[in-house]
Unconditional design. Structure first.
Lengths: 526, 155
């Protein structure tokens, strides 16, 4: 007796388990991606609130609202929260949601580790933010943690180090998971050079992450032992060298900048072809340019420290190496523009944010080139020009790409279209205000206003006032963004499977929202 | 991946393997490349007196190696269903047979059980005398259906 039976047992249409424990114990890549994205949005608002305090204090010369010590805590923790709490987890969240779907895999390669790598983060940030309530307050020596200044902090110092270790462990586990997923979970036919650009940029980012995280871990551990175990790695009195810390910090720190921007390149490379209705111009050159940027990121670190006193040959090497990065970056910008050239363009919100990214990231890139010129850097160093430069790269670069990706993929995630009019308002208010916020800071820096100060000379008053007004509007526009996201999750026009007319890739072959377990059928790779 | 085969004297076999895009050789090349770069960086810092970086690099590489091995192992799991005149043999293992079960040919039923929740994978069960063996849990839905159809023809 032999039979094949399609047993029609009770068919409950309720997907995964309900309740809080679903989120605590989940190993599903979509759930974990959602957790990462929500966490990063919360941290974005926390870091943003700190930015508001900074700009409120700088609205006028003189000390108005906070004391200088607290101001320094704000600048330090704002940076740590935005880098490790907002931007990096947002990209990891996007990777979790999209990478398995884009390569045609059922899930991430190591789902349990994925759960761990997320759940470490809330504890790390609880510890970091908890330092505000300790004796001596939160760390105030800058996110770069230069000794000997950072060693003079209060009780919060070891907690900051431990929090950074936990963030590092989380990042490394996430990066290993990304690498193994991309290498081992690709659907048959999905060769490396057929992978979407977002997958490629994340693969290279993950490589960078696991290359530099041990350097950061080692550096902060040596700070810890210098303070508590009488070692003198960075103490000149004991034969150590405080400048050596700067070298190893920036050996981590400069690739970290690319960790924050390479996935953004990938996102924009997905979005522009969709709304230009043309394939990406120069796919292979994009892959090679990304790899070149990653390689060069290892040999340019000392451009952050031209003024510490380096041999002339060293200054020249790091100056030219830094300038070289403009070549692959220029290739990318050229390819994005060429993709748009003569395309049937439409300007939905994800495209607006992507075009905003291309234009304003390029402004940040150009000011970076100015800073790369060693003799000129002596004038710009530690001024507001540097603040303007990296905020153009990280806010109108990385964060704009994240916003673009949320608008691009949220119909896929939720099954609902966002409100296009609201999205466009969000873009225009953000774009006007972010330029009012950061562009005047170029002029402040060129005029000589130092960074990380709560008070300043009256000659800087007007530009600072403009900058603060821009920051308040930009901050409010992000509250509006949270409302748009909330409204889209709750409901809205039903999204189709393909969502966007010009969209291509495996993620658009799945229903919107995708089933809890993707690809029950083998995906067809073109 | 499913491989259908036929041997002598009417014996047939089906080999089931999960999809795995990484071969052992590729994993080794990748790991060797990445280790050389990371250890070089750590050793340069060690020579400069910065002793704390090497242990973290080593630890990280160990975790990466473990994860790659785990992924390779998952990808190398193999199930072989051998159908002869008397018993139906289901064998499972990595490099060698780790588990083997026999079912009586005349009593075998093949059930493709639908999932209890929408979006979850179905289960292909071979059962006989109250014993249930799930086969091909790592296959995609279309492969599982193809396998069920073939088993129906052969059993």
């Amino acid at each position: 007796m032999t039979t094949v039976t399609d047993t029609h047992e009770d068919h409950h249409d309720h997907g995964p388990a309900k309740g809080l424990m679903r989120w605590v114990t989940t190993t599903n890549h979509k759930d974990i991606g959602t957790l990462y994205l929500i966490f990063s949005l919360i941290m974005f608002m926390v870091g943003g609130a700190m930015a508001m305090i900074i700009r409120l204090e700088l609205f006028q010369p003189g000390l108005q609202f906070v004391d200088p010590g607290f101001f320094n805590q704000m600048t330090t923790v704002h940076a740590l929260v935005m880098i490790f709490g907002a931007v990096m987890p947002a990209f990891v969240g996007l990777a979790n949601w999209m990478l398995p779907i884009m390569v045609g895999g059922p899930d991430m390669a190591l789902p349990r580790m994925n759960n761990w790598s997320f759940w470490i983060l809330p504890f790390a940030f609880a510890m970091l933010l908890g330092t505000f309530f300790m004796d001596g307050g939160a760390p105030a020596g800058g996110w770069t943690m230069y000794p000997p200044l950072v060693l003079q902090g209060g009780n919060g110092f070891p907690f900051m180090i431990f929090a950074i270790h936990m963030m590092g462990i989380s990042s490394v586990m996430g990066a290993i998971n990304v690498i193994v997923t991309i290498l081992n979970m690709r659907a048959p036919g999905m060769t490396l050079m057929k992978m979407p650009l977002f997958v490629w940029t994340w693969f290279i980012t993950a490589y960078l992450l696991i290359a530099v995280m041990p350097v950061l871990a080692g550096a902060v551990t040596m700070l810890l032992t210098d303070r508590f175990f009488d070692t003198t790695f960075f103490n000149a009195a004991g034969g150590g060298d405080p400048v050596l810390f700067q070298h190893i910090f920036w050996f981590f720190g400069h690739p970290e900048v690319y960790i924050l921007i390479l996935p953004a390149f990938g996102i924009v490379s997905q979005i522009i072809p969709t709304f230009a209705r043309k394939p990406l111009f120069g796919y292979s050159s994009m892959v090679y340019a990304t790899s070149s940027i990653a390689f060069l990121s290892f040999i340019v670190w000392a451009h952050h420290m031209f003024t510490v006193g380096m041999p002339l040959q060293g200054e020249l090497f790091f100056m030219y190496a830094t300038m070289l990065i403009a070549v692959p970056t220029g290739v990318k910008v050229f390819n994005w523009i060429s993709t748009m050239w003569k395309g049937s363009m439409t300007f939905e919100t994800p495209m607006l944010f992507s075009i905003g990214f291309v234009i304003m990231f390029t402004i940040g890139g150009f000011s970076g080139l100015m800073l790369a010129i060693a003799p000129a850097d002596f004038q710009y160093h530690d001024t507001y020009f540097v603040v303007a430069h990296f905020h153009y790269v990280l806010v109108t670069g990385a964060i704009y790409a994240i916003m673009a990706s949320v608008y691009y993929w949220i119909p896929k995630w939720t099954g609902h279209m966002y409100n296009e009019k609201m999205g466009q308002w969000h873009f225009w208010i953000s774009t006007v205000s972010v330029n009012v916020l950061f562009f005047p800071q170029h002029f402040l820096g060129l005029a000589g206003m130092p960074r990380r100060i709560p008070d300043y000379s009256v000659q800087f008053a007007e530009f600072n006032m403009w900058s603060s007004i821009g920051s308040f509007v930009f901050g409010l526009s992000q509250v509006f963004f949270c409302y748009i996201v909330y409204k889209t999750i709750k409901g809205g026009e039903k999204a189709t499977d393909q969502v966007w007319e010009g969209a291509e890739g495996l993620e658009w072959t799945l229903p919107s929202p995708p089933p809890y377990h993707s690809f029950t059928q083998a995906p067809e790779i073109k | 991946m499913i491989i259908f085969g036929r041997e002598e004297k009417g014996m047939r076999y089906i080999v089931l393997r999960p999809n795995s895009s990484l071969s052992t050789r590729q994993a080794l090349i990748f790991f060797a490349g990445i280790s050389m770069v990371f250890l070089l960086i750590a050793c340069i810092f060690l020579c400069m007196g910065l002793r704390m970086i090497l242990p973290f690099s080593g630890l990280e590489l160990a975790v990466l190696a473990y994860c790659l091995i785990l992924a390779l192992k998952k990808g190398k799991v193999q199930e072989v269903i051998t159908i002869s005149e008397k018993p139906v043999l289901v064998q499972r293992g990595l490099e060698e047979v780790e588990k083997q079960e026999e079912l009586q040919m005349g009593w075998v039923q093949v059930n493709l059980e639908k999932p209890t929740h929408r979006g979850y994978p179905s289960s292909l069960i071979i059962r006989s005398h109250g014993r249930r063996i799930e086969v091909g849990h790592f296959l995609v839905e279309s492969e599982r259906k193809k396998l069920a159809k073939q088993l129906k023809q052969w059993l």
